[in-house]
Design a protein around this ligand. Structure first.
Ligand SMILES: [Zn+2]
Length: 206
């Protein structure tokens, strides 16, 4: 093959982050493998699928591959779960990203949760309210003594007082592992005045 054509293909043709097939950032075959997950606890959680298989590969590429096109397609999967809830009678007023610490985002060059949330907001037709800020970069909990640990968990996020007053919000992140980060972000959203919080992620660890 002509080298210029080969280079063009590598640069311009999207490849599925799940299986490598050219043509899209996340192909239909891989989408078909995603079984949406719904957890209804104190914080309702929806995911496009378990953190496994092609979805796990796609999330890894989103986090470490620097591919905004992938955020669009994975955001579309998350937006489907938002749409499913809206069709089921849930009311949402705004989409709120669960942000990286700004230093970590700066080191990575982007914040994948912010990109995802923007894609979800556009597709769901809801306003984006980037009101949460992470004030800790996720220092390993084991380093902290008990009192400091409790403070860390409550204090990982801050939001301006009243920034989400009266709103029913959907917080958006890439992966739910233990759920601690989402609970923490939800607490910060409530502290900022949100009257209802639901969580939406691409993949959930099961
Ligand atoms: Zn695929």
């Amino acid at each position: 093959m002509d080298l210029a054509l080969a280079v063009r293909d590598v640069l311009l043709v999207p490849r599925c982050a799940g299986c490598g097939e050219p043509g899209s950032w996340f192909c239909f075959a891989c989408r078909d493998q995603c079984e949406p997950v719904a957890h209804d606890g104190r914080l309702a959680l929806r995911a496009a699928g378990p953190h496994a298989g092609p979805l796990r590969a796609a999330v890894r590429r989103l986090k470490y591959g620097g591919e905004p096109g992938l955020a669009e397609e994975l955001g579309a999967l998350v937006a489907l779960e938002v749409a499913r809830d809206l069709a089921g009678g849930v009311t949402l007023d705004a989409i709120v990203p669960v942000p990286l610490h700004r230093l970590r985002a700066a080191a990575r060059g982007y914040d994948q949760a912010a990109l995802l949330a923007r894609a979800v907001a556009l597709r769901a037709g809801l306003p984006l309210r980037a009101t949460l800020h992470r004030i800790r970069g996720g220092r390993p909990q084991v380093e902290l003594d008990r009192a400091a640990r409790a403070a860390n968990i409550r204090g990982a996020f801050v939001a301006e007082a009243g920034a989400l007053r009266g709103l029913r919000v959907a917080i958006v992140d890439d992966v739910a592992t233990t759920g601690a980060t989402l609970k923490d972000a939800a607490a910060a959203a409530r502290a900022a005045g949100a009257r209802a919080v639901r969580a939406y992620v691409v993949a959930v660890e099961e």
